[in-house]
Design a binder for this molecule. Structure first.
Ligand code: GLY
Ligand code: MN
Ligand code: MN
Length: 463
């Protein structure tokens, strides 16, 4: 946990940002796998962690803006808990760690909310993403469960985003810790990309490295020789020479800050000429984007710049044709690069996505574009020092999408469909790093994981 002062200051800022009322924070509960005493790995809600630091289930908290006080609701362990789980610190002791003096039993939360409502106070809450918390909000506030999302407080969401957007050095240090583990994961995984190895063997190795470092995965590992499936979680394929293996994974630091890295390697350690050419295009798109990141620039512009690099690289390969700028403006490149360049990262791998992507990645200066490809851009707004973003361009050959576009002759002034057909079984390539926006530019987080053609071939060929 950070020093208690950090949590106190964060809550004080919330009180300044929000005029009046009660701010309700619901922590996460244990989530049963098959019966209640057999839960999944527990992960606290990130906004709860950010403002109240405690990574344990069955907690709630209130920031009373008018009375300027913070209360954590939770129950002390009873004898039955002690028998099974041992003696645990009291709620008072835990609350003191994050600078909160007042605690109350969880059962008192409802009464506190009702009393405030009777006094005409606004109860601000964030949009819950777990079903049990949707039901809890509905019950606590006396509203229908299907109205819970609609009535979430925009003022509260914006105040939370304004703070969590900008990472302080203590948070960057946590993200660096996550990257240390991620470096080890990739160092081991890249060496394993050999003929005959099953994808799940590499996934198991990566998960083991996280566990052995007291870390957990930030999201389920994407590791596949079918990299054209963007978020492919199937790990049952056996690798063969000639496959391209996409590995997209990240760990959470002990304090739950995430990393998110992607590397694509040739199974056996040698890219074919065709693979190498497309790999260099993706790498150039990624490096150009990273070089261009600095405070004051719109991330949407960085996205479009890397799309232009991809379009001109694909033109050189004979896959695209015509005027590159016009192709990008029309969205023709999205046949190959159908997703956004990146997203915010912090306590969540897609940071604050539960609060609504448009509140995190967009603001009054930039609206989401509905064009295919650009519509998936999670982050478009202006970058500021302290933002941490991913940069993850890719080129994919998605047979179903190719067939659909070809049948429609879509953008055939920009796409050579006969040439594309030669790449039908190519798979996909994505390269991803996490970038801190600094006062005058940017910094890549973590030690450099092999990325150039030579580096990737070298590490993959050794073992
Ligand atoms: N790991 C999912 C992503 O890169 O967004
Ligand atoms: Mn990723
Ligand atoms: Mn990512």
């Amino acid at each position: 946990m950070f020093d208690s002062k950090i949590y106190v200051e964060r809550r004080a800022r919330l009180k300044e940002q929000i005029g009046s009322g009660l701010l309700l924070f619901l922590g996460n509960e244990e989530s049963p796998m098959n019966y209640p005493a057999n839960p999944y790995y527990f992960r606290q809600d990130s906004s709860f962690l950010y403002f109240f630091g405690l990574n344990m289930p069955f907690l709630a908290a209130i920031v009373d803006v008018d009375q300027e006080k913070d209360v954590i609701f939770g129950d002390d362990v009873e004898m039955e808990d002690i028998i099974w789980m041992g003696l645990l610190p009291s709620m008072k002791e835990r609350a003191a760690l994050v600078g909160v003096a007042e605690t109350a039993p969880l059962a008192q939360l409802e009464e506190t909310i009702k009393t405030a409502q009777q006094k005409g106070k606004t109860i601000h809450y964030l949009p819950p993403y777990r079903p049990e918390n949707v039901l809890k909000v509905a019950q606590l506030l006396g509203i229908e469960h299907d109205s819970v999302k609609k009535y979430a407080s925009k003022e509260f969401i914006k105040a939370v985003v304004a703070q969590r957007n900008v990472k302080i050095p203590e948070e960057i240090a946590q993200m660096e810790l996550a990257h240390e583990v991620t470096y080890d994961m990739y160092f081991a995984a890249m060496k394993m990309a050999k003929t005959g190895v099953f994808e799940y063997e590499i996934v198991g190795k990566m998960e083991g490295i996280m566990g052995a470092s007291d870390c957990h995965m930030a999201f389920p590992i994407i590791l596949t020789k079918n990299g054209q499936i963007l978020h492919n979680h199937y790990h049952g394929n056996q690798l063969e020479e000639g496959n391209l293996l996409v590995m997209d994974s990240g760990s959470e630091s002990p304090m739950k800050y995430a990393s998110d890295i992607t590397r694509t390697v040739p199974v056996g350690g040698r890219f074919t000429e065709k693979q190498k050419q497309i790999y260099e295009v993706v790498l150039q798109a990624q490096e150009t984007a990273i070089q261009n990141i600095k405070p004051g620039i719109m991330f949407k512009d960085i996205h479009l710049q890397s799309a232009a690099v991809i379009a001109s690289g694909l033109k050189e390969a004979g896959l695209m044709k015509g005027d590159t700028d016009a192709a990008v403006q029309a969205g023709a490149h999205a046949l190959f690069f159908p997703h956004g360049l990146g997203h915010m990262i912090g306590l969540d791998v897609h940071d604050m996505e539960d609060l609504g992507e448009d509140f995190v990645g967009y603001d009054h200066t930039v609206e989401r574009n509905s064009q295919f490809g650009l519509a998936y851009l999670r982050l478009a707004k202006k970058l500021e020092p302290g933002h941490v973003v991913t940069v993850e361009p890719g080129v994919y050959f998605i047979p179903a999408l190719i067939d659909q576009w070809a049948a429609e002759n879509k953008f055939d002034q920009f796409i050579d469909y006969a040439k594309v057909e030669e790449y039908r079984d190519f798979g996909g390539i994505r390269i991803e790093d996490d970038i801190l926006v600094t006062q005058d530019g940017s910094q890549i987080l973590g030690k450099s994981i092999p990325k150039t053609v030579e580096e990737v071939e070298e590490i993959t060929a050794t073992g």
